[in-house]
Ligand binder design. Structure first.
Ligand code: SF4
Length: 367
């Protein structure tokens, strides 16, 4: 029975599991870790370098900052530039490049852009500034949805008329479905993200695994969690199985957090959502239900006439679909660095390009 974080980072245990993966695999398999947090952990601990060569890991689209569409980033910039607005956001979003600039540039020009650690902080700012419009940039996957909808419910309970949310909420299962159904897909198994499943459970993954005959294993973020997830995926692939397995039982159940799901359902409804660099994925997002439309920043600020311009060099969309890796990009580490990012995947603490920039050594790829 493992109790402490150190147990999940124990090098001897990790090497034992890697040895079992080595014994298990008889052919090449491409496995995608969905979440940017998993990507960073894999790179940080060098796990990708000590796996048997038969296992190729590709990095999925589970970085909320990276997949927020350029249109919404530009809308955020248009709203944040308006006088009288206090624009609140998580810190990662400040350096994400839009078509023209980023939120730091807007702040430098006098815009009131504030970093918050929770949308409830934004509600408090709205209470404290009744003569100002306060907007929260509600980005994220299923993990951020409960707090985001809670802020709307709280603003409603407080009868705030100066609080609104710019919603860019995305969901993992439709993204997995889109990757598996894309022409040229090479992914044969998935490591699903434990924190997403802690909220939503993994019941939504069961029909996807069955339909696409693809194993999906829910993992945590520690080295032992990840290699165990890879072992279970490899075992299924070798035995031609396609189950959903839970390798993160200390946190995840099949049903997930029912209270959080009910709260999300009350405020949000599913919608098509555009993912940056990927395009529109049907029913892959949430938006506010009609009865909460007064909290919709897009309606309040009339931002329909946005003209976007994406960097022509950036291949982040292909990286997020597992078709390329960051070093394949000609700008990686040259024109594009965390200090001067061309794409969102180089900005975010969960972005694949940022993970490679921080942890990857060129010699690693060359053996
Ligand atoms: S290195 Fe920069 S330009 Fe290249 S894909 Fe990553 S974010 Fe885009």
């Amino acid at each position: 029975m493992m109790q402490f974080l150190d147990d999940f980072r124990n090098g001897d245990l990790v090497r034992k599991v890697i040895a079992r993966i080595q014994k298990t695999v008889t052919q090449n398999w491409v496995i995608m870790e969905i979440c940017g947090g998993q990507t960073h952990a894999l790179m940080q601990y060098g796990l990708d370098q000590i796996l048997p060569p038969e296992i190729e890991l590709v990095h999925g689209p589970g970085c909320p900052v990276c997949v927020t569409s350029l249109e919404l980033i530009d809308k955020a910039h248009a709203i944040a530039s308006q006088p009288g607005v206090i624009f609140t956001t998580f810190g990662d979003m400040l350096r994400v490049p839009g078509s023209q600039m980023d939120l730091y540039a807007i702040r430098a020009r006098g815009g009131d852009v504030r970093i918050v650690y929770s949308p409830l902080d934004a509600v408090r700012i709205a209470q404290q500034n009744p003569d100002r419009e306060v907007v929260f940039f509600a980005i994220g996957f299923e993990t951020t949805a409960p707090a985001n909808v809670m802020s709307v419910l709280q603003a409603q309970a407080l009868k705030l008329t100066n609080y609104s949310v710019l919603v860019s909420q995305v969901r993992v299962p439709p993204a997995i479905r889109s990757i598996l159904g894309a022409p040229g897909n090479r992914v044969r198994g998935f490591l699903a993200a434990g924190h997403v499943c802690a909220v939503m459970g993994y019941w939504e993954y069961l029909p996807i695994a069955a339909e696409f005959k693809t194993p999906i294993v829910v993992t945590g973020f520690e080295p032992l969690d990840l290699v165990q997830g890879i072992l279970l995926t490899a075992q299924q692939l070798e035995h031609r199985q396609h189950e959903v397995q839970n390798a993160y039982r200390r946190t995840v159940t099949q049903e997930g957090n029912q209270t959080a799901q009910e709260m999300i359902e009350r405020v949000y409804q599913p919608c098509d959502r555009k993912w940056r660099g990927i395009g529109t994925i049907p029913m892959s997002g949430w938006r506010l239900r009609e009865e909460f439309e007064q909290f919709n920043a897009e309606q309040r600020f009339h931002t329909e006439h946005i003209q976007t311009h994406e960097s022509e060099i950036c291949i982040a969309g292909k990286i997020l679909q597992g078709l390329h890796k960051p070093p394949d990009c000609p700008a990686f580490g040259k024109e594009c660095t965390p200090q001067y990012p061309l794409g969102a995947t180089m900005v975010s603490s969960e972005g694949a390009c940022a993970a490679y920039y921080r942890y990857w050594k060129q010699d690693d790829e060359n053996g």
